[in-house]
Design a protein around this ligand. Structure first.
Ligand SMILES: *[C@@H]1O[C@H](CO)[C@@H](O)[C@H](O)[C@H]1NC(C)=O
Ligand SMILES: *[C@@H]1O[C@H](CO)[C@@H](O)[C@H](O)[C@H]1NC(C)=O
Length: 403
């Protein structure tokens, strides 16, 4: 247990030491290609500093994220590429005059096995332009990918081949390397033998060879346009993947001052010196009244008319509705009054029930004679099965014995 904590303490201390890791320093000059390879193996040691002591070394997939310090992206002249987490990354680009000075780049490394991250800083100092390279040429290498060309040994191979074509006694210098995709090229099929293609631009202070100057001839251009292949090619390639496409070679001669922009051509409408300017007639005034009437007055009149009709319907026709309302209100009042008086009468009758019930409501009451049957007889008759249902329809003297 104590052993473990001691080990942990050592790891933390090592991590602290690594946190004050020195910045990566690089120097480049304006107009020259800068390439820095971010090697996975160097960062591997930063992720597992203590594993080395046990002789165990991982080969982890890693992803790099690069940005200018305190900014989300890289400076405009610098580009980053990494094909696969198992490959190394490359920072490359050609700084221009205005990019001189210190460029602080933050590099975040993500270990794709442990998902640890590690941050490093890189300071690229861009110095003033070095030697002049008035003669520059751009070549297209179709069977390459940008990452392959950026590695220094392939760069050297390409440089040696082109040096032979150039007939250069001095070393050529890389000015730019860019993927054909950045120039509007197509993304290749993910199959072996398909590459995106790379443009390389090299510069020298030595003029072009006769061989290279052949690409400038009109017959060469015509031939290229017709067949995309030139017979007069003097390409040299030690490695078949480094072979250039002769027809896509461009020579850039910066030794002569750039031609002045063509003088502006005079148009036909330029005023003669001391001439009199006669302004053209102003167009005839246009009468907008009919249009105004058609577009504003007529719709307004229509709106006013419609409003008037609506107002008449809403206000004047309402009176009739009122009269009818009054009549129905009268009928309702009448009903109410009759119901009221009827219920009063009923209530009065209910009050006087104890005194004597109205004779018409009494049982066995003869409506014609006003005679009432005695309760006992009533009882008897009520029990008798011969009792008529409606007494009023029968002669009481025949049925009922009088007392
Ligand atoms: C290098 O090539 C890239 C891509 O075509 C381009 O954007 C950049 O301006 C070039 N840089 C120089 C200095 O020519
Ligand atoms: C090569 O040059 C030809 C003609 O000059 C052009 O049509 C073609 O697009 C170029 N290829 C690339 C990959 O730039």
């Amino acid at each position: 247990m104590a052993d473990k904590s001691w080990e942990l303490c050592l790891t933390v201390c090592l991590a602290c030491l690594l946190a004050v890791h020195a910045d990566i320093k690089a120097f480049t000059q304006v107009g020259q290609l800068f390439v820095h390879e971010l090697k996975r193996e160097t960062f591997q040691g930063d992720f597992e500093p203590f594993l080395k002591h046990y002789g165990r070394v991982y080969d982890d997939p890693m992803v790099f994220k690069c940005n200018k310090q305190y900014f989300p992206d890289l400076p405009h002249w610098l580009r980053f590429t990494q094909r696969h987490p198992m490959d190394n990354g490359f920072l490359y680009g050609t700084p221009l005059e205005e990019d001189q000075g210190k460029n602080v780049i933050e590099i975040t490394v993500i270990n794709k096995r442990s998902y640890d991250t590690f941050r490093d800083r890189m300071v690229i100092t861009v110095g003033p332009p070095g030697k002049k390279m008035p003669y520059q040429a751009e070549f297209y290498i179709p069977l390459r990918e940008i990452e392959k060309v950026l590695s220094s040994d392939v760069q050297d191979d390409i440089k040696n081949d082109i040096q032979k074509m150039w007939g250069a006694t001095h070393r050529l210098t890389f000015v730019n390397i860019s993927s054909a995709i950045e120039r509007g090229g197509r993304v290749p099929l993910p199959l072996p033998g398909h590459y995106e293609g790379v443009y390389v631009k090299l510069g020298s202070e030595q003029p072009f060879s006769d061989c290279l100057l052949r690409t400038e001839r009109p017959e060469h251009r015509q031939q290229c346009r017709a067949t995309e292949k030139a017979s007069t090619s003097c390409t040299v390639c030690s490695d078949p993947s480094n072979c250039i496409t002769w027809c896509n070679t461009t020579l850039i001669d910066l030794s002569k001052p750039p031609p002045p922009p063509p003088a502006p051509t005079r148009g036909s409408e330029i005023l003669e010196a001391q001439g009199f300017y006669d302004p053209p007639e102003s167009p005839p005034t246009h009468d907008y009244l009919p249009a105004y009437i058609g577009m504003v007055i007529v719709p307004l009149v229509l709106i006013v008319l419609l409003c008037a009709v609506l107002a008449y319907v809403m206000c004047c026709r309402r009176e009739g509705v009122d009269k009818r309302d009054a009549k129905t209100a009268d009928i309702q009042l009448y009903h109410h009054r009759t119901i009221h008086s009827d219920s009063d009468e009923l209530r009065g009758m209910a009050d006087s029930r104890h005194a004597s019930r109205p004779q018409s409501t009494l049982p066995m009451f003869n409506a014609r004679t006003g005679e009432r049957m005695p309760a006992l007889q009533r009882q008897f008759h009520a029990d008798s099965p011969h009792i008529p249902l409606i007494m009023a329809q029968q002669d009481p003297n025949t049925d009922i014995p009088s007392r």
